[in-house]
Design a protein around this ligand. Structure first.
Ligand code: B12
Length: 215
């Protein structure tokens, strides 16, 4: 089977919520020697994008979205151990989480996976994270980056609150703040004074390395 055809089938089976088929197809991608990151970006994520469209069109409801995200995560579980592990992360330390009020964590988990495979030390706070926890954990571990994720417009403001907390404590310059997620834009990043915005997990990791002058 060709790579593009395989990616298309993976995407379709995420949409169809067929977790066992997604699992088999992801195993097949590994047998074919395809880079697992390519399979995530070319098959699994486009499948979830389509699910998002169907939800917006009123054809899918939350149970379908949830089951589809389970299928996507099944695929990630198969691929994750095979992602090439680099050790040139230059001991970059990051704290990452989804801001308070938001439980969407698929994208955040991808940034975490890509960061770890890039050799970073990642402190994952999970989802719906109380905002002060980002600051506390960043200080405790003297991290380089605070990575904030959100998929909802209603919780975007939490990102600004984290930056304001850093300013109030006089430690804004100790950390770089990098933000991402569906509703986030460069414009919003500029408005709240974040150091960087990226659209996807691979770019986020490249950007952090570039900002630290590594790799
Ligand atoms: C899957 C999904 C769910 C799943 C979440 C499962 C999970 N564990 O994450 C479930 C079914 C649970 C769910 C629930 C809800 N959802 Co929902 N959901 C989605 C959906 C369809 C896909 C999101 C997704 O995972 N995409 C795939 C991942 C890979 O993409 P991503 O997260 O954007 O991440 C990429 C980049 O953004 C970037 N990135 C992400 N984080 C970061 C961080 C940094 C630092 C950087 C640099 C980059 C980065 O890298 C990733 C890729 O490489 C979206 C629709 C959409 N179009 O996005 C709606 C969507 C986000 N949901 C929405 C809503 C409203 C809800 C609910 C409130 C619904 C309800 N009435 O209960 C609840 C949320 C409750 C809560 N308080 O959190 C709305 C938000 C609308 C808005 N304007 O705010 C959306 C946009 C759907 C819609 N059009 O209405 N949802």
């Amino acid at each position: 089977m060709e790579k593009e055809k395989l990616f298309q089938e993976i995407a379709e089976n995420v949409v169809e919520m067929e977790d066992e088929i997604v699992e088999e197809l992801c195993e097949k991608s590994l047998e074919m020697g395809i880079d697992p990151v390519e399979t995530i970006n070319g098959g699994l994520i486009p499948g979830m994008d389509k699910v998002g469209q169907l939800y917006e069109d009123g054809e899918y409801f939350l149970p379908e979205v949830l089951t589809a995200s389970f299928a996507l995560n099944t695929g990630i579980d198969v691929l994750k151990p095979h992602i090439k592990q680099e050790d040139d992360g230059g001991k970059i330390k990051v704290v990452i989480g989804v801001v308070e009020g938001d439980t969407h964590d698929i994208g955040k988990n991808l940034v975490k996976i890509m960061g770890e495979s890039g050799g970073f030390q990642v402190f994952d706070l999970g989802r719906d994270v109380p905002l002060e926890e980002f600051v506390t954990v960043a200080k405790e571990n003297n991290v380089d980056f605070i990575c904030l994720s959100t998929l909802m417009t209603t919780t975007m403001g939490g990102m600004k609150t984290v930056i304001d907390m850093l300013k109030e404590q006089g430690i804004r310059d100790n950390f770089k703040v990098i933000i991402g997620g569906g509703p986030i834009s460069q414009k919003f990043a500029d408005e709240i004074g974040a150091d960087a915005y990226e659209t996807d997990a691979s770019s986020a990791v490249r950007r952090m390395k570039a900002m630290k002058g590594v790799g």
